[in-house]
Design a protein around this ligand. Structure first.
Ligand code: HEM
Length: 505
């Protein structure tokens, strides 16, 4: 119980796995839960449809998002309709558009940081959340949220939008962890949480009114949601159905990308050798700003796949700080589930696949606590390594099944006809890296997240070197302030200096 009440909940399962191994059974009051950090079993759970989202847990988000949504509902016909409707918004074709929005928003952040000068301490986390909010507003809903601009204009409503989002996620996680919090309305802290939820809902209502009144950008998820048809009635989605979908996309897109950007800048600030290699890569593409080249050529969309080292850095940060670190909680109410042909999980037992744990336990990774972007320069790093699979070998063979050996010798569970890919061409090999989840409920917005993180990091590092402010108390202070209000973040943000590079004017 004490484990589940931890403020850094994402690390609780990691410590349990390190102590008790890749399969742990816990009981919380009358609930039974199996925690799986073995790559083969975790991959099997996430890819199969035998278990579905555990609504008991995800329903805590209903008062925040205004009801069941793409993110929190069961894998049913309604989910299928919404998922199919919004997916084209994140197609590769649309990412060129996204690139332009992210670059504009990052340049607004660059100008803000330049004005502050090297001495000023910025809450980088808050600024990156503002940037993400501006990107999602423009790209997804055709609305300028002015989250960054409001720092200058002082528009109170726009300035407080990020605080309302952060306050709401904090309130939801407290409701999960603090039994009886719902009834504590006499406490100012609880009332503050309700107020944040109210303010967040007012923002979403404003966005819904905006897309209904105007013409949202063609191909944006706002426009695609308006065009979707309810499978039950054949009619357009009602306001009550649209509201939670907009809220879910808004929240899921901003919190994850914003906090990840923060951890990227933090880890780079602690590793000058990594920063030097990123600069070398930018320089080799004539993108770095120097005294001799104060105005390099602009970053372009075709540059993104060529930033291979920076991509490795981002992957490594997503390994160490996967925003949805708690991972996925699934369950079957109606039938037992059998994994690897031998582990029977009774109906009604929660199956917890914690992403932070899988990506950071020592039985899945060499030197899991070391920040080593280089490991991602080796192809296939996201897949489990045969010799390191944590359960006894007998677990990984399926005597009756048609099992093919993967290229590294890992059995591909259920691979038919000796192939190692499924009918969509995706590898069937077990994974040990799930920052964007896996299987049918994986992240629908991951293409946007990847473009956002690459463009934001490349552009910020072109202009600045980031240094941790003294008030953070060094890496120990940062570690102590890790929090998990639905997404891995920090108690009071991340205070940093942005030091302009020579040549930046
Ligand atoms: C670094 C950035 C991101 C990470 C690491 C991330 C990760 C994830 C993960 C792990 C899930 C599964 C959650 C669960 O089952 O509990 C998820 C689902 C989802 N994400 Fe993301 N995400 C990111 C950015 C985005 C963006 C930019 C958007 C859209 C604007 C988005 C929209 C969604 C939605 C709607 C779902 C639910 C999908 C479904 O169940 O069908 N995410 N994401």
């Amino acid at each position: 119980m004490r484990f589940l009440a931890r403020l850094d909940l994402h690390r609780a399962a990691t410590e349990l796995a390190e102590r008790f191994g890749p399969l742990v059974r816990i009981r919380v009051m009358c609930f039974h839960c199996v925690i799986i950090t073995d790559p083969v079993l975790a991959t099997e759970v996430l890819r199969s449809r035998a278990a579905d989202k555990m609504r008991l847990i995800y329903s805590f988000l209903d008062p925040f998002l205004g009801g069941k949504s793409l993110l929190t509902g069961h894998t049913d016909e309604h989910w299928k309709t919404v998922r199919k409707a919004v997916s084209p918004a994140f197609s590769q074709g649309n990412m060129r558009d996204a690139f332009g929005h992210v670059l504009d928003c990052t340049m607004a952040l660059v100008e803000f940081l330049k004005e502050g000068g090297p001495e000023r301490v910025h809450n980088i986390d808050n600024l990156l959340l503002r940037e993400s909010m501006d990107v999602i507003g423009r790209f997804g809903l055709g609305k300028d949220m002015n989250a960054l601009a409001s720092l200058k204009t002082g528009n109170a409503e726009e300035t407080r939008a990020v605080d309302a989002l952060l306050g709401s996620t904090k309130e939801v996680s407290k409701r999960v962890q603090q039994y009886g919090r719902w009834w504590g309305l006499w406490s100012a802290n609880v009332r503050g949480g309700w107020e944040d939820l109210g303010r967040f809902r007012a923002i979403i209502q404003g966005l819904l009114d905006h897309i209904k009144a105007g013409q949202p950008r063609p191909g944006s998820f706002g426009q695609l949601l308006l065009a979707a048809r309810d499978p039950a009635t054949g009619r357009a989605l009602s306001d009550a159905q649209l509201f939670p979908e907009i809220a879910a996309l808004f929240f899921a897109g901003i919190d994850t990308t914003g906090h990840t950007g923060t951890f990227i800048l933090y880890l780079i600030s602690q590793h000058p050798e990594v920063e030097a290699k990123i600069l070398e890569e930018l320089d080799s593409m004539e993108l770095s700003i120097t005294s001799e080249r104060p105005r390099p050529r602009p970053l372009t969309y075709p540059d993104l796949p060529k930033l291979t080292y920076l991509q490795a850095v981002i992957k490594e940060v997503l390994r160490m700080y996967p925003p949805v670190g708690g991972g996925q909680m699934t369950m079957s109410q109606s039938h037992d589930i059998t994994l690897a042909n031998r582990l029977v999980i009774p109906a009604g037992t929660a199956i917890w696949v914690p992403h932070h744990a899988i990506q950071n336990v020592s039985f899945n990774w060499d030197q899991p606590n070391a920040f080593m972007p280089e490991r991602w320069l080796v192809p296939g790093t996201e897949y489990a390594v045969t010799e390191k699979l944590p359960l006894p070998r007998g677990w990984y063979t399926e005597p009756d099944a048609d099992v093919a050996a993967g290229t590294d010798g890992v059995p591909s569970h259920g691979a038919a006809g000796g192939t190692d890919v499924d009918e969509s061409g995706n590898s069937k090999r077990p994974k040990r890296y799930f920052p964007f989840a896996e299987g049918p409920r994986n992240c629908v917005g991951q293409s946007l997240a990847k473009v956002s993180l690459l463009v934001t990091t490349a552009t910020l590092l072109q202009h600045f070197s980031f240094r941790l402010a003294d008030e953070m108390g060094g890496p120990e202070g940062v570690r102590a302030s890790e929090r998990y209000p639905l997404v891995i973040g920090l108690a009071n943000g991340m205070s940093m200096h942005a030091i302009p590079r020579p040549g930046v004017t």
